[in-house]
Design a protein around this ligand. Structure first.
Ligand code: A3P
Length: 290
């Protein structure tokens, strides 16, 4: 077992940290052989980049009953996490098209994903907001992290969090994009033009929705609606996994530029310098404020 570093909250496998909750290490270690179907769809994100949001969008696009508010199957049941749900869900038994969510780095994916048929959607968000969102999330939910922002920033910049280093995650996926049938979508773009983003995604997925259906998707994927939608807000799962005493929510603020309320000018400068060095060869666009 190639496991270098573990603590109560994180496990490092093949160079990447995973949250211990629900983790199935054995499954992860054999992930390379996991059978991929041509019509599988994967949502890939670094934590806190809009995962839960995009799960809701994909559910609304794929499942008419979800769009119509029939039944109360949660998004996470429809689009389970690859690395965290393999004990609860028999992936091989799921009807096609199977939808998955995962935070794994590009080098850990099942090799079948490189057939370029199965589709991958990579959601990314400006890393200052990711860091702030992560700070609040881990502070509330995993006693592992600190409630000191400076300390958390250090952890984040060292990659000592689930998902490991943000820079490595996005660069890995971007630099190997030619191996995959992959579409990059920005959190901030969804925020600024949700309808346009939904249409782009439908095109990538080969899904044709009527005007009304697109309206229904957009309406139910807004922050306010999701926050109040038990199918989408994860509160039940958080209670089940972390206990009711914890007060965290996946839907916290949902804005662009909240880092300005957290970072000092000096911290910002330090972050910018690291960003410029690490990202200099990556032409992805970023939006840092509204
Ligand atoms: P904040 O903590 O900045 O509010 P993830 O699902 O990857 O853990 O990401 C969580 C972040 O996505 C949180 O950011 C959350 O509020 C935001 N988010 C979730 N749903 C959203 C929506 N419908 N619109 C905008 N942001 C959303």
């Amino acid at each position: 077992r190639n496991m270098e570093d573990t603590n109560k909250f994180l496990t490092k496998l093949k160079g990447c940290y995973f949250a211990n909750t629900q983790l199935n290490l054995e499954f992860l270690e054999n992930l390379d052989d996991f059978e991929i179907r041509d019509d599988d769809v994967f949502i890939i994100t670094y934590p806190k980049s809009g995962t839960v949001w995009f799960q809701q969008i994909l559910c609304l696009i794929y499942f008419e009953e979800h769009r119509k508010g029939i039944g109360n199957l949660e998004t996470v049941e429809r689009i389970p996490f690859l690395e965290y749900f393999s004990r609860e869900v028999d992936f091989a038994e799921r009807p096609s098209p199977r939808l998955f969510t995962t935070h794994i780095p590009y080098y850990l994916v099942p090799r079948g994903l490189k057939n370029k048929k199965a589709k991958v959607i990579y959601i990314y968000r400006n890393p200052k907001d990711v860091m702030c969102s992560y700070f609040h999330f881990s502070k509330k939910l995993t006693a592992s992290a600190t409630d000191n922002f400076v300390e958390f920033m250090n952890l984040f910049l060292e990659g000592e969090v689930a998902g490991s280093l943000w820079f490595d995650h996005i660069k890995g996926w971007y630099e190997h994009k030619n191996l995959f049938n992959i579409h990059f979508l920005m959190y901030e773009e969804m925020k600024k033009d949700l309808r346009g983003s939904v249409l782009k995604i439908c095109k990538f997925l080969g899904k044709e929705l009527s005007e009304e259906d697109v309206d229904a998707v957009v309406r139910q994927a807004t922050f306010e609606n999701m926050k109040n939608d038990p199918r989408a807000n994860y509160d039940n799962k958080l209670k089940a996994y972390f206990g009711i005493q914890k007060k965290g929510h996946f839907l916290r603020k949902g804005t662009i530029g909240d880092w300005k309320n957290h970072m000092t000018a000096e911290q910002n400068e330090k972050f910018d310098m690291i960003f410029q060095t690490k990202m200099k060869d990556i032409p992805l666009k970023f939006i840092w404020d509204m």
